[in-house]
Design a protein around this ligand. Structure first.
Ligand code: PRP
Length: 178
């Protein structure tokens, strides 16, 4: 275990098993379809790459980078798009893949945006859900793990851009960020 970790919350094996389960459920829903799978950079990249490889339906891949600036602020705060999609979502079935839902600001705004752009459907698949932190009215359609309000790192998640490459999800020691 990394020295900055207090403990491992989810092991590689637990993540692998659950990601396969969730991907299998999502896959069944998209039989005969060609969804656009949208990864939200950067935190989702590891989950995204594991998730898409469990899908048997044909998929198209795309990415967005958005700023969570405004999270926890007034609900009229706007989502800042740092990198937009390459593909037009009009008429497409969109699967948003996210690493974590915290306040819900990012996904509430993103889902609205993609529907306004004419997506035929938008679902949210998240690795982690911090339900107790929710401030915006949004729920994942598929969630791998509900977690408590703890500072998690690894498997794509960072603190100051570090730890994303840890293969498990750990809880960061308080002294690292306090
Ligand atoms: C995180 C996460 C979500 C967002 C969730 O991204 O990936 O996009 O915050 O928070 P919210 O529900 O309160 O909006 P972050 O801004 O940390 O960027 P990163 O994915 O590049 O680490």
């Amino acid at each position: 275990m990394h020295q900055d970790c207090e403990r491992i919350l989810l092991t590689e094996q637990q993540i692998c098993t659950r990601v396969k389960e969730v991907a299998c459920e999502v896959d069944a829903r998209y039989a005969g379809k060609f969804p656009l799978v949208v990864g939200i950079l950067k935190g989702s990249i590891i989950f995204y790459s594991d998730f898409i490889r469990e899908l048997s339906c044909p998929v198209e891949l795309d990415f967005m980078a958005v700023s969570s600036y405004g999270s926890g602020a007034v609900s009229s705060g706007k989502l800042k798009i740092k990198k937009d999609l390459d593909r037009d979502v009009k008429g497409r079935d969109v699967i948003i893949v996210e690493d974590i839902i915290d306040s819900g600001f990012t996904l509430a705004n993103l889902k609205t945006l993609l529907l306004e752009r004419g997506a035929a459907s938008v679902i949210i698949v998240t690795l982690l859900n911090k339900a107790e932190r929710r401030e915006y009215d949004i729920s994942p359609d598929y969630n791998c793990f509900d977690i408590e309000n703890e500072f998690v790192i690894g498997y794509g998640l960072d603190y100051n851009e570090r730890y994303r490459n840890l293969p498990y999800i750990g809880i960061l020691k308080h002294e690292v960020y306090e």
